[in-house]
Design a protein around this ligand. Structure first.
Ligand SMILES: *Cc1c(COP(=O)(O)O)cnc(C)c1O
Length: 715
């Protein structure tokens, strides 16, 4: 008999798998061990447990009565890992022992692990978590960025400063991945200018292993050791080397690990070199011709395209392609123009650069956009790839994005869900009937829960603003004022996203006199919280941010418009759980989907959004608010002006009156009706379980079914 595990051992095991991060009961245990330390360690349990040695933890657990909760959490975790009657067992059985491999350049899993920049990464993280909950045989493939994406600081003039911190793998829940024989995996990539080596880490996300490649090893030159240092950090050459590593390196890593994926899912075009390596393997192992190997590889491919913005599609010139893909091209028995043609819309147009998105379309049979409207836009955008087809026959479908409920639902709101929805609702979150039950929640109770989350956000904002102000060494009075900033009784509107110009963060500021009038209405005041990062190379985005920051310092806007720095998963949680209204005003139709508004829905906030991305298919007239009429004007300036006017109109005629329309108990009855309607009509559709189930049904299972016989191993 083995010895009974101590609570330190149990928590250490739990902290080695990111499963804990979407279990509010477990998160609560870590927080209660030491709330202050927990917060200052960016919610990293490995660091917390290093501080709380077994003896110290034992004392503390006795003090705050944690033993039985830790034991229960441990049992729950063991049961989660062992459970076999999952949705995936019934619906994804065809994948059997050969999983789907999900490739992504970024994964947003938790704030303590900064290998994501924004929506694309969060989506990938939510995909893995839902695949785990549903029991889908899937593995993730990505890169381990030591410095990750930057931490944002805003200086006293409102200009963005980027800071990078070196992460230590020992502080993170990952281990060296090993071959079936227990050897560490090192893969090598031959280029015309030398060999790049990488090691492979494994991180467990519930039942899903995520493999991350890392070039920071002795075998590499000093330059190549830094290749995986930063996400979206370098020039074109760094970018193609990272993408070579992700695609070709990722396939090599899976082979070394003994994993033979049956489906390849490329989350955005960054990983589109992966099929080339798979084709090479088929040619070498099975003696297929290039054309046959391409056909068979494409049959197992699924590609998700994520943006209609041209800059979002990587392009490389022929020199970079030859330098990095040359040796692989030789193995594929292609000449230079033959390879270039795979990345061109017109293979014979030597003026076209090599586009990763085009490569992904040409090497995977199934392709999808991320919302209904984005599907329409993508079919138009890429129609020249299939010139013999009419636009509505272009083979790009859509699967609308969704968010992982366990990650984004506030604990207090979950209590209401647990009470109102059927038992084990979280296992049936794709079913409308399950969510319909929320309509019966008591209005007072829903409102109080929302108010308490709003208070939590406001307290957090005060804390952050004070911390920011201390850094600028402002006068005492200034940060005294920050202690009381924002009023929980006033309408609170949130806006947080990347400062990409098409997102038009400053749309509201086109008419400053009007904005001032709105926020300073004594009877019906309005306050705004802004957050977001600009890409380090995007000075235009930084200027927009600076404009908002400076406005927040002006006498007439002070306290009514605030800017919080370093938008990340942690700040996002506070915001999406606590705002009354979530503002989204991109230039239609450039927001492919957007997901932050979906997080807001789960927590009872209302969306005020342009009819773009997911909102174009979600809004029904009563579950939130729409800006504009869904029309697009050819002239960008005119469109911006119209949308700005529409935004002001909806704010002053719908949002504000509805919010301040109170009954004798001071409850905004109509508003609360909309909150309930948002949850009941949208919750079941825009969550990641539904999304992953769609991928399984529409992409993974068909792709697995059509893989060639010689590779198929029926379980
Ligand atoms: C959800 C999320 C996003 C994506 O939201 P959009 O609506 O696509 O802008 C970006 N960053 C963070 C930190 C998020 O949590």
């Amino acid at each position: 008999m083995g010895h009974a595990k101590s609570i330190h051992e149990k928590l250490t095991e739990i902290s080695g798998n990111l499963w804990w991060s979407w279990q509010p009961d477990v998160t609560a245990i870590f927080r209660e061990i030491d709330p202050q330390l927990w917060s200052s360690l960016s919610h990293n349990p490995i660091l917390l447990l290093r501080e709380y040695t077994p003896d110290k933890l034992e004392l503390r657990a006795r003090e705050v009565v944690l033993h039985s909760r830790i034991n229960a959490a441990y049992r729950e975790w063991q049961e989660y890992l062992a459970s076999t009657d999952t949705w995936g067992d019934t619906h994804a059985g065809v994948l059997g022992f050969r999983p789907a491999a999900y490739f992504s350049a970024e994964f947003g899993l938790h704030e303590s692990f900064r290998i994501y920049s924004g929506g694309l990464g969060i989506l990938a993280g939510d995909h893995l978590k839902s695949a785990s909950d549903l029991g889908i045989p899937l593995v993730g493939v990505g890169l381990f960025y030591h410095e990750g994406y930057f931490t944002q600081q805003v200086d006293a003039s409102g200009w963005q400063r980027e800071e990078y911190f070196m992460a230590d793998p020992n502080d993170l829940p990952m281990n060296e991945a090993t071959t079936p024989d227990g050897e560490p995996v090192i893969i090598s990539l031959q280029t015309r200018s030398g060999v790049i080596h990488a090691k492979v880490w494994e991180m467990d996300v519930g039942r899903i292993p995520l493999y991350l490649l890392d070039t920071n090893i002795d075998q590499n030159s000093p330059d190549d050791r830094k290749l995986t240092a930063r996400l979206y950090g370098g020039d074109h050459r760094t970018r193609i080397r990272q993408e070579l590593l992700l695609g070709v390196g990722g396939v090599k890593a899976l082979a070394a690990l003994g994993i033979k994926p049956r489906v390849i899912h490329m989350n955005e075009g960054h990983s589109a070199f992966a099929p080339l390596e798979l084709i090479r393997m088929r040619m070498d192992d099975d003696g297929l011709s290039f054309d046959d190997a391409l056909r068979e590889t494409a049959a197992m491919g699924a590609f998700t395209t994520h943006t209609p913005v041209p800059a979002g599609h990587d392009r490389f010139d022929s020199g970079l392609i030859e330098e990095h893909l040359g040796p692989l091209r030789d193995a594929l028995r292609l000449d230079h123009q033959g390879l270039m043609g795979l990345g061109r819309i017109d293979p014979h147009n030597h003026g076209e650069t090599f586009c990763m998105t085009v490569l992904a379309f040409k090497t995977s049979r199934r392709a999808n956009a991320v919302s209904n409207l984005h599907g329409v836009v993508s079919r138009r955008m890429w129609r020249n790839l299939w010139p013999w087809r009419s636009e509505d026959e272009i083979p790009i479908g859509h699967i609308t994005n969704g968010v992982h409920v366990g990650t984004w639902l506030a604990q207090q709101m979950r209590v209401l869900y647990d009470r109102m929805l059927p038992a084990k609702w979280n296992l049936k979150s794709g079913e409308p009937e399950v969510w319909a039950e929320f309509d019966k929640v008591k209005s007072t109770e829903l409102w109080e829960t929302h108010q308490s989350l709003k208070n939590r956000l406001i307290l957090h904002a005060r804390y952050r603003l004070t911390r920011q102000a201390k850094r600028y060494e402002m006068k005492e009075e200034v940060y005294d004022a920050f202690q009381n900033i924002l009023d929980p009784q006033h309408l609170l509107i949130g806006f947080a996203r990347r400062f990409a110009p098409y997102k038009r963060a400053d749309l509201l500021m086109r008419d400053l006199a009007m904005l001032e009038k709105i926020i300073s209405d004594a009877k019906r005041p309005v306050q705004f919280v802004f957050a977001g990062k600009a890409h380090p190379a995007d000075d235009f985005g930084k200027q927009i941010m600076q404009k908002i920051f400076r406005l927040s310092q002006e006498e007439s806007f002070k306290g009514k418009i605030v800017f919080l720095e370093d938008y990340d998963i942690n700040l996002a949680r506070y915001l999406v759980q606590g705002v009354d209204v979530w503002l989204n005003n991109p230039r239609r139709p450039l927001e492919a989907s957007g997901t932050s508004g979906q997080k807001v829905v789960l927590n009872g906030g209302l969306n005020l959004s342009v009819l773009d991305g997911w909102w174009a298919e979600a809004y029904d007239g009563m579950n939130g608010f729409a800006i504009g009429d869904g029309l697009i004007h050819a002239n960008q300036d005119i469109q911006d002006e119209r949308d700005a006017q529409s935004l002001i109109h909806v704010l002053t005629n719908e949002v504000i009156p509805l919010y301040y329309d109170r009954d004798q108990d001071d409850l905004p009855r109509e508003w609360i009706r909309r909150m309930k309607r948002a949850v009941t009509t949208l919750g079941w559709r825009f969550n990641a379980d539904r999304m992953v189930m769609d991928y399984v049904r529409e992409a993974y299972v068909p792709a697995a079914g059509s893989t060639s016989c010689s590779m198929t191993v029926m379980p």
